[in-house]
Design a binder for this molecule. Structure first.
Ligand code: KIV
Length: 293
């Protein structure tokens, strides 16, 4: 799998600078080259190759089933499509939990596939050690706190985190630990706006919110949610900017109707032999040739 491993225009430093200058950071997920190219050209700062790919592209019920090999393919495709955007690849479930060495190896594989940074969930002692070692190795890390989908079964469902003062302080302390371990940014998922604001104001590294209100340093959403492609459910925090599901279904239905009626392909959509080749073909064929050009 080859990818041009060029430094993208938006780097770790751009994220830090944006926080310092009070400018918002924009991040969207993408999983393929053409969508990445569109987002890149539209001015998005960063593309997250999220393990949400398992649910929105591969049809799994949760993110747990995604493998490093799958993430490498999607990461390489996105990296080929983006010139400016920083590409962040999710480390999938169990790819960084077994041992620090295995975590570094897997993170390195995603960097070799074209990511500029990796993202991992939680702030356990083990995860903090993984972050330290990744950074020492030259792999930038994005943290992920609040609702962490890989902990779905422990959290007991898609639930808002940090709803009490104590839980807000707990997440703030986790975020500080991530910052201290060397993470350059932290995603806050599904936490109350007030909690996310407090956490954001008490960190030097930027926060990127998803369902975390208006005061985080940046926002991230899942591409299929903003494009109206994912039909299983629409999270309260997602805004739909397009209805691609209807556009795609209508296009496919039109195609089926055109093929069935003989309206596709038309004269402008076919290739023809030259007159010379056609004459020769007629000569070579002993049977009646009645194809009219
Ligand atoms: O996998 C993903 O898409 C994510 C976002 C929800 C932040 O982690």
């Amino acid at each position: 799998m080859s990818v041009e491993s060029k430094l993208k225009e938006i780097t770790v430093n751009s994220f830090i600078k944006k926080k310092q200058n009070n400018e918002k950071i924009t991040m969207l997920t993408a999983y393929d080259c053409s969508t990445a190219k569109f987002f890149d050209e539209a001015g998005v700062d960063s593309i997250l190759v999220g393990d949400s790919v398992g649910m929105v592209v591969l049809g799994y019920e949760s993110t747990h089933h995604v493998t490093v090999d799958e993430m490498k393919v999607f990461t390489a495709a996105v990296s080929r499509g983006s010139k400016r955007c920083m590409v962040v690849a999710d480390m999938p479930f169990l790819s960084y939990h077994m041992s620090v060495d295995e975590a570094i190896k897997n993170a390195g594989e995603l960097i070799k596939a074209g990511a500029s940074a990796v993202k991992l969930e939680g702030a356990s002692d083990h995860t903090l050690e993984v972050i330290r070692r990744c950074v020492e190795t030259g792999i930038p890390v994005v943290g992920h706190l609040g609702f962490t989908p890989q902990y779905l079964n422990v959290l007991g469902g898609y639930k808002i985190q940090g709803k009490s003062a104590e839980n807000t302080i707990f997440i703030l302390n986790q975020a500080r630990k991530l910052q201290q371990a060397g993470a350059f940014c932290v995603v806050l998922e599904m936490v109350p706006e007030e909690s996310a604001k407090l956490i954001t104001e008490n960190l030097d590294i930027p926060t990127i919110g998803i369902g975390a209100g208006r005061y985080t340093d940046g926002q991230v959403l899942v591409a299929d949610d903003i494009l109206g492609k994912f039909s299983e459910f629409k999270p309260k925090f997602a805004r739909r900017y397009a209805d691609l599901q209807s556009v795609i279904k209508q296009a496919a239905a039109n195609y089926v109707a055109d093929v069935n009626s003989g309206n596709f392909p038309s004269e402008s959509e076919v290739f023809h032999l030259t007159d010379e080749a056609l004459d020769k073909l007629k000569e070579m064929n002993s049977f009646e040739f009645n194809c009219s050009k």
